[in-house]
Design a protein around this ligand. Structure first.
Ligand code: ADP
Length: 625
């Protein structure tokens, strides 16, 4: 015997152990799902072998007919799920059934709260898989032999600290998972119960799920019959499939535990023939922001499984979409490299993208709101990355707004344009760190005063994607913190003549302020933005905003230098008093304070906080006498 053939006892990876424990607690009320998970794995294993056999049909030696079997023994209180799929080698068994390879598991587990209901949904989206067997089993045994290999392996565990692996002889190809049921789970060693679970959860599986014929004689090999319809769901016609079947199939392809939000199933005929069934999940996966996380659909060619995570069929910003593409025109031996270059891939990708966007566009407001809360930020990436669908994507965006005190992002651009006043030709928006920071911004004052709506953007990616937005419905977007604002067209200023003369007077003050601030500002001018605040900072039309600066700095890059304009509110009592200050030093101090405060109101840091505090303190001392 070689060393590897000896029995070994190995510890579960810490994450695996934790997940196992949590799953047993939180999924208790829905425990029959273990069977669905085991059958789903068996079906994947058969898909994999069918694919490998395309290149090497010797792998099918001993049985080309694929099937999954569910057997039970009432007396022994056992239950097994076996498949004649690809099986596992000893190394694969150790890696797959002892550790959780998914990246981000540790972070995920940290988010669990100990609250059963919350944890159940979180665990659900993580995918429960093989370990769910331990919800009902006190012991699990896996016998498996990799297709094309002689040696088999036995894995067993009681689901606590460790598992044992050893060599096993004389196994059939594929995998047999046997559960010794816990005392309170004996109900699952029952034909009627098992059949009904298989029909409910696994009807859509594309291979037969067989069970011993009912009322079979005790002795001899039992005869088996198929208990599911064994037809891959997407190959059936839409009118034959009910919603529950669509939902169950979703769980199989996505490993999600929850229902999907919406799906779209289509057969395309003509020059290129394919069927697609794509789902939008209800909840964003915990690894949505991990750009390396698995994504994409399952690819089948003529119903033969070819690959998981075929991400060539959807753009990155639709990475949350799950499902299947089955194309009869692609070659069975297609590789990822060829797929990437294939013209047909691009055709399907374009059509699928439009289909998903179309499906989203048709959702009812409430459902769409649910979608937006989970995936809105990702969709924004599309505005920057998918020029062809920009208009459609812009329609799908939702915003918070000054006309909507709820802070919920529910205003569409169409809503906004529909409410625009006479003469308004731009879509105004403001980007800030948070909703409350946005609502307190001095830049909104004139808009409030004139009743003009401003969209409030607070996502990290907003400044970046808005730089690609351009216009919507022929209206340009305008960041209210940038450039010289001219709202006069929107509301004709009645006392124009009077304002002119005032403008000239202010120029003298503006020049004095500019002299005091020197290189800290680009330009000083009288503000058309402010009604309540004495002053504010304004960015140049093409300067980098605070949000992008922070992102660049976080990435260790230095953001380009730029100087703001400084706008003063000539009607504000502080500015009026300032104007009358004869002492230039004191004037300079006061202007510095105003400038620093304007920076603070933007959410910026100030250059010399110590000097600012000293100036304020001097004023306080004076005030308190
Ligand atoms: P998932 O199916 O989400 O990857 P599981 O915990 O259910 O997670 O399974 C882990 C891995 O174990 C699978 O990815 C697969 O490689 C392997 N596996 C599980 N069941 C089988 C089976 N019946 N036949 C072959 N491999 C299996």
């Amino acid at each position: 015997m070689t060393e590897a053939s000896a029995a070994e006892t190995l510890g579960f990876q810490t994450e695996a152990k934790k997940l196992l424990q949590l799953m047993i607690n939180s999924l208790y009320s829905n425990r029959e799902i273990f069977l669905r998970e085991l059958i789903s794995n068996a079906s994947d294993a058969i898909d994999k072998l069918r694919f490998e056999a395309l290149a090497d049909d010797a792998l099918l030696a001993g049985g080309p007919d694929f099937r999954i079997r569910v057997e039970f023994d009432k007396d022994a209180k056992t239950l097994s799920v076996s498949d004649n799929g690809v099986g596992m080698t000893r190394d694969e068994v150790v890696a797959n059934l002892g550790t959780i390879a998914k990246s981000g598991t540790a972070e995920f587990l940290e988010r669990l709260t100990g609250d059963q209901k919350g944890d159940a949904t979180l665990i659900g989206q993580f995918g429960v898989g093989f370990y769910s067997a331990f919800i009902v089993a006190k012991e699990v045994e896996v016998l498996t032999r990799r297709a094309g290999q002689e040696a088999g392996v036995r894995w067993s565990s009681q689901g606590e600290e460790s598992f044992t692996v050893e060599d096993a002889e004389g196994l059939a190809r594929g995998t047999k998972v046997t559960l010794t049921l816990k005392d309170d789970a004996e109900e699952f060693a029952d034909g009627f119960r098992l059949r009904s679970i298989v029909r409910q959860y696994s009807d859509h599986i594309g291979v037969p799920v067989e069970m011993p014929k009912e009322g079979d004689a005790e002795e001899g090999e039992p005869e088996f019959e198929s208990v599911n319809s064994a037809k891959a769901l997407w190959t059936r016609s839409r009118s034959e499939i009910d919603d529950d079947e669509y939902r169950e199939f979703y769980r199989h392809v996505s490993h999600d535990f929850e229902d999907p939000l919406v799906w779209s199933h289509n057969r395309v005929e003509g020059k290129l023939e394919y069927t697609s069934l794509v789902y939008v999940p209800k909840r964003a996966p915990y690894d949505l922001w991990n750009r390396e996380a698995p994504r994409g659909v399952k690819l089948y060619v003529q119903r033969v499984f070819i690959m998981d995570e075929a991400d060539e069929f959807l753009p990155l910003y639709l990475r949350f979409v799950r499902g299947v593409v089955d194309c009869s025109d692609l070659p069975l031996n297609i590789s990822r490299e060829i797929l990437q270059k294939d013209e047909r891939t691009r055709t399907i990708r374009n059509a699928l993208t439009r289909r998903v966007l179309d499906t989203l566009g048709k959702l009812e407001a409430e459902q769409y709101g649910e979608f937006w809360d989970e995936f809105g930020q990702v969709l924004k990436e599309g505005v920057a990355e998918d020029f062809a669908n920009k208009e459609t994507l812009l329609k799908l965006l939702r915003f918070a707004s000054t006309h909507d005190e709820e802070a919920s992002q529910r205003i569409s651009l169409a809503d906004y344009v529909g409410r625009m006043g006479e003469g308004q030709d731009r879509i105004y928006y403001l980007i800030a760190e948070s909703d409350s920071a946005a609502r307190q911004s001095p830049h909104l004052e004139v808009f409030r005063a004139r009743g003009i709506e401003v969209l409030l953007l607070t996502d990290r990616i907003d400044e970046w994607f808005m730089s690609f937005a351009g216009e919507f419905d022929g209206r340009e977007f305008q960041d209210v913190t940038r450039g010289e604002l001219d709202l006069d067209k929107v509301e004709e200023a009645a006392e124009e003549g009077e304002e002119e003369s005032k403008d000239e007077e202010d120029d003298a003050l503006a020049t004095r302020v500019k002299e005091a601030l020197g290189e800290r500002v680009n330009e000083v001018r009288r503000s058309k933005r402010l009604t309540d605040s004495p002053a504010c900072l304004v960015l140049g039309e093409h300067d980098m905003g605070l949000q992008m600066r922070r992102i660049m700095e976080a990435a260790g890059q230095s953001a380009p230098e730029s100087k703001p304009d400084f706008e003063i509110n000539a009607d504000h009592p502080l500015i009026l008093r300032l104007d009358a200050e004869p002492d230039e030093d004191r004037f300079g101090d006061l202007v510095s304070i105003l400038f620093d405060q304007a920076a603070l109101a933007e959410g910026n840091g100030i250059e010399q906080p110590g000097a600012y505090v000293r100036r304020i303190n001097d004023l306080l001392v004076e005030l308190l006498g």
